[in-house]
Ligand binder design. Structure first.
Ligand code: NAD
Length: 506
């Protein structure tokens, strides 16, 4: 982006889903195929984190808006769920082509509202494309089962959609996380209400437009903007059958309790604190660059980011190389901004408190100013050594480009540190010893394990999901596991044959 002055609106093409009043852009809800205003005057600012300027506002939708979205989804359900899955998949083949055609524009939108670099934003859209590709293959994955269970009697199992699914998403992946649920849920015949993060609502507007352009019928996909009040209205609405949530652990827990309390199927993904265990035999260059990328990618605002390094034995040579690699990562160039001023201040507070508690800051990213983007929310790469497991920075999710190093005398002590975390999204080990890697993979308490890889995100068709307080509910949110969440089984028993009179089922 080549801007002469800090932006006061997105420079990317916006959808029809915005209203401009007195120079202020406010996003609209998308209900039944129409763009509609929310029912409350309350709005939330949407910032461009790279410049620290407000570019739009998100409305707070109340219960009436949620009611309208539910009604429009219900109207669309019969025809959509009754459309053969092979035909539904065709919409997503076309949608995938549209994502590819609009890749540059969609990436720019993510970059503007989230602050991550253009390369990271592009990778996010490429991942959205991969998720859509998986969903498009759904007809190959969900044929039912049929068996003659007794002479002349057959049982068959069909997968039918759950109904209306609400998908509540966080700020850190404005496009990818919505795509964790949209293509799979819709190809499987459900309808959806998406509630994007109020901080990054813009990408969702183009998603709605492109889905419509691909031929998705009105009402199948709806967007309701807002924050807590809107989410609570979603959780309480009896017309919504299932809720998926991705965000912080505190809210994931509250949403899980509230949604299941109103008898919905729920799957709620929460925060993370991912440990990388580094052994002395690890490949120095590969480990150092991999770990530096893992801790700083998306400015550390990934639920899969390296956040704690457990150094086993003498690994100072790797830590030295890691610090060099981290110093080569430059805010504003190959390191994006964090989401808000509050986030920047909170991250810097974690660093200062760790330092005051006796840890040593090897690479310090506090107080960074990027020329030309002086008001941007930047934190530089930060590596802190000799962190004790009882310090806040060792236990809590920092969600910034910060790595806390703890020292362990052996692998069991390292594993004990990892296992004591209340989270359990990812854990990795860096070693050249296959037996040790397996020992860690078997014992680490996390849903996703990496061996010599800093961001062990399983790719389709493998599913994504953590353990412990990183996820509430059964199954994973993507891949084959998502099929279970977004469908229910219908079991039909049929007797055709006159011979059936002879058997016990007559
Ligand atoms: P957040 O919990 O603040 O917000 C997530 C969603 O919940 C948003 O749509 C928001 O509007 C809504 N919300 C916020 N407060 C609420 C409340 N009190 N009641 C009901 N709804 C509320 O999370 P965030 O700051 O947008 O995202 C960052 C967090 O998401 C981090 O903790 C990160 O680890 C987590 N995350 C987890 C995964 C995962 O796969 N486990 C993936 C991405 C992000």
């Amino acid at each position: 982006m080549n801007l002469k002055s800090p932006p006061s609106a997105p420079s990317t093409r916006l959808s029809a889903g915005v209203r401009r009043t007195n120079g202020i852009l406010t996003v609209k809800n998308f209900i039944g195929g129409f763009w509609v205003d929310a029912d409350s005057p309350e709005t939330f600012p949407v910032m461009n984190p790279s410049f620290g300027t407000e570019i739009a506002r998100t409305p707070s939708s109340g219960r009436h808006v949620v009611e309208d979205a539910v009604n429009s989804a219900h109207k669309a359900f019969e025809a959509w769920s009754g459309t053969p899955v092979k035909e539904r998949a065709q919409v997503f083949f076309r949608y995938k082509a549209l994502l590819e055609r609009n890749l540059d524009e969609l990436s720019a939108l993510v970059h503007e509202e989230n602050g991550k670099t253009m390369e990271e934003a592009r990778a996010e859209i490429e991942k959205a494309i991969e998720l859509t590709e998986f969903a498009s293959s759904m007809p190959q994955l969900i044929p039912g089962e049929i068996l003659e269970v007794s002479r002349g009697v057959e049982c068959r199992i069909d997968r039918v959609p759950v109904g209306l699914v609400a998908s509540i998403t966080p700020f850190n992946f404005p496009s990818m996380v919505p795509h964790w649920t949209i293509p799979n849920a819709l190809v499987l015949g459900n309808t959806m209400i998406l509630k994007p993060s109020q901080v990054v609502p813009l990408s969702s507007l183009r998603i709605a437009e492109l889905l419509a352009e691909a031929g998705l019928p009105p009402g199948v996909f709806n967007i309701v903007h807002g924050a807590r009040e809107t989410v609570e209205a979603i959780c309480d609405h009896p017309g919504i059958d299932a809720v998926t949530f991705v965000g912080s652990t505190a809210v994931a827990k509250a949403v899980y309790v509230r949604a299941t309390g109103s008898l919905k199927r729920a799957l709620c993904l929460g925060g993370a604190k991912n440990h990388l265990i580094v052994m002395a035999d690890a490949h120095e260059e590969m480990s150092a660059t991999n770990i530096a990328a893992s801790m700083t990618g998306c400015a550390g605002q990934r639920c899969m980011a390296a956040s704690a390094l457990v150094a086993v034995g003498q690994v100072d040579h790797i830590i030295k190389r890691l610090c060099e690699a981290a110093r080569a990562i430059v805010p504003g160039t190959n390191l994006g901004a964090v989401i808000s001023r509050e986030a920047k201040e909170r991250i810097e507070r974690f660093i200062t408190e760790a330092e005051q508690a006796g840890a040593s800051v090897l690479v310090d990213g506090r107080g960074v100013v990027v020329p030309g983007k002086e008001n941007g929310f930047y934190v530089g790469p930060t590596i802190i050594d000799h962190v004790r497991p009882d310090m806040a920075i060792a236990k809590e999710e920092v969600f910034g480009p910060v790595l806390a190093i703890m020292r362990a005398k052996d692998i069991d002590q390292a594993l004990a540190i990892q296992r004591s975390s209340r989270y359990g999204n990812a854990a990795s080990v860096f070693t050249q010893d296959g037996g040790l890697a397996r020992y860690v993979a078997e014992r680490a308490s996390a849903g996703m394990i990496g061996v010599n890889i800093g961001v062990p995100v399983p790719r389709e068709p493998f599913s994504f999901g953590g353990w412990n307080e990183s996820k509430f509910g059964v199954g994973d949110i993507t891949g084959k596991s998502a099929i279970e969440f977004f469908t229910k089984l219908k079991k039909t028993t049929v007797k055709w044959n006159p011979e059936a009179r002879k058997n016990w089922m007559s």
